[in-house]
Design a protein around this ligand. Structure first.
Ligand SMILES: O=C(CO)COP(=O)(O)O
Length: 252
């Protein structure tokens, strides 16, 4: 069983000053012995990566970015290359977050290009997938997860190491809505993802599959207890230090 990964996706929240204030509170409050049972990852906006990188890594946590562009460098105004993230000490990058798919219009193909390129450059990738409410109501959960995984992993070698790749299942209808998926929905989706990974990657059994969507201190321990849930990807409830401390320590 891989160690659960507890990831804070801050989306477009916090200046670098606010990020440092949060981190001071968080690291003072957290009992650092939880690190033997949990990995902790911060995904702040690009503008806070430099300020947070050293403090986060010295405290034994990981840091990553919310996005990258699939090229080493070039005329891509406003974009950030994986090598630039590595240079700031990042261990991870998110690809395919539903807000990038649905608000910024990223295609399955583009998500696949980013995933393969970032892995090739040496970043760990958290590939996010998940169905909309319409797709769930139409009974298309498995079809959507299969399509997003197949295109997301299209150029990823089948012997990718388990530590390099993480999948996050985030049902779109549970993100930022307060509506957490039912245990049975999470169990089914994670089992589906595990099966699809097994058809494609040799390290499938050890790849972490995170759940995301309205995770809070009150529901986190229960979610983590479900089969094939190897951590959580938290938005809103990771923005307050006390709440993210409770999430990181949930069930211990
Ligand atoms: O999108 C998410 C994490 O990536 C989930 O966001 P919430 O925890 O705010 O629902």
């Amino acid at each position: 069983m891989p160690k659960p990964l507890m990831a804070a996706n801050w989306k477009m929240f916090k200046t670098s000053t606010q990020a440092l204030e949060f981190f001071e509170d968080f690291s003072e409050t957290l009992d650092s012995t939880v690190l033997k049972d949990r990995d902790v990852l911060f995904l702040p906006p690009f503008t806070s990566l430099e300020a947070l990188s050293d403090p986060v890594r010295f405290a034994g946590f990981s840091i990553g970015a919310q996005n990258c562009y699939p090229a080493a460098e070039g005329a891509f105004t406003g974009e950030i290359a994986p090598g630039m993230l590595l240079d700031l000490g990042c261990d991870y990058v998110l690809t395919g977050h539903s807000e990038r798919r649905h608000v910024l219009g990223e295609s399955d193909e583009f998500v696949g290009q980013k995933t393969a390129f970032a892995l090739d450059q040496g970043l760990g990738v958290i590939l996010c997938i998940g169905e909309t409410l319409e797709q769930r109501k139409a009974g298309q959960v498995e079809t959507v997860l299969k399509r997003q995984l197949e295109s997301g992993l299209r150029d990823v070698p089948n012997d990718v190491p388990a530590e390099a790749l993480t999948i996050a299942y985030e049902p779109v209808w549970a993100i930022g809505t307060g509506e957490v998926a039912q245990d049975e929905d999470i169990r089914e989706a994670h089992a589906t993802v595990r099966g699809l990974l097994a058809d494609r990657l040799s390290a499938a059994a050890d790849i972490r599959i995170l759940y995301g969507g309205s995770v809070k201190p009150a529901n986190c321990a229960q979610i983590l207890s479900l089969d094939n849930v190897n951590g959580v990807l938290v938005g809103g409830a990771s923005l307050q230090a006390a709440s993210f401390v409770d999430i990181v320590s949930a069930g211990l």
